[in-house]
Design a binder for this molecule. Structure first.
Ligand SMILES: C[S@@+](CC[C@H](N)C(=O)[O-])C[C@H]1O[C@@H](n2cnc3c(N)ncnc32)[C@H](O)[C@@H]1O
Length: 254
């Protein structure tokens, strides 16, 4: 454990604490007839985070949590592996695997240093997993290492603009003022919990992806559906109707 970097250690403790509360969301997602994504539960038909040709592909979910995304991959004929940094989150994932009679490898580890050989996978995905809890300068090169040429990377993150408008208090909601710098944004810590997140400006993320050998296929700035009534703890519905709060990135390894 001592070799873990500070943010990985802190995020492990944080997610071990959150796991009980998080299990209900995982259970609902495992049982869902159709995938939906993010704070507005946007339908898979709209975001297309899961390619239509997953059958027979080797896939990895980086920061799988309760592993419902891996379950959706398995439903589509892929051979998923889920890696997560929190034993407690993986315990929920294993419980849900048993309840659903679905089995795939669940690896306890850090998505910045994955114990698989180079070019082991055709598809990598992260929904608010490694994509926000790992340092992008570590996990994106690692995703590139793990993918075969032509392999695809898809991930969902908070949009940079929403991160600029969130107050430091962990339960605060985004307002209509820019509270921090855009240029240089990278590591985020909150006033009242121990977690550490990472968010880059769009230009830096594009440069990083390209320097790791990825071509960018699509960036979707997610909008709440017209009939959305729910509100995220962090982003009021009216905020998200005016400004981007979530981004879907899709990239392919050259
Ligand atoms: C919000 S959950 C997202 C996962 C999944 N989509 C879900 O909702 O269950 C974030 C997950 O990222 C994991 N995580 C944080 N840092 C990680 C790291 N360095 N390596 C692998 N997983 C990590 C946490 O343990 C947590 O389970």
């Amino acid at each position: 454990m001592s070799e873990l970097s500070e943010h990985v250690r802190r995020n492990r403790a944080f997610w071990n604490e959150q796991a009980d509360e998080y299990a209900a969301l995982g259970r609902r997602a495992w049982a869902a007839a159709e995938p939906s994504w993010g704070v507005w539960s946007v339908a898979e038909a709209q975001l297309r985070m899961l390619p239509s040709d997953l059958d027979g592909l080797d896939a990895i979910e980086l920061g799988c949590g309760t592993a419902y995304v891996s379950k959706w991959l398995a439903d589509r004929g892929a051979r998923p592996v889920g890696i997560d940094n929190s034993p407690a989150q993986l315990a929920t994932a294993r419980q849900l695997q048993a309840e659903h009679g679905v089995d795939f490898p669940l690896v306890m580890g850090n998505a910045e240093a994955v114990p698989y050989a180079d070019a082991s996978f055709d598809f990598a995905i992260s929904e608010y997993g490694a994509s926000i809890w790992c340092d992008p300068h570590r996990w994106i090169p690692e995703a590139a290492r793990l993918l075969r040429p032509g392999g695809r990377l898809v991930f969902l993150v908070n949009a940079p603009l929403s991160m600029l408008c969130l107050p430091d208090e962990v339960d605060g909601a985004a307002g209509d003022r820019l509270l921090r710098r855009y240029f240089g944004m990278h590591r985020f810590e909150w006033a009242d919990d121990e977690s550490v997140e990472f968010h880059l400006p769009h230009g830096e993320l594009i440069a990083l992806l390209r320097s790791c050998g990825f071509d960018i296929d699509e960036l979707i700035e997610v909008r709440p559906p017209a009939d959305a009534t729910t509100s995220s703890r962090y982003v009021p519905l009216e905020w998200a109707r005016r400004w981007p709060c979530e981004d879907v990135w899709k990239a392919s390894l050259r």
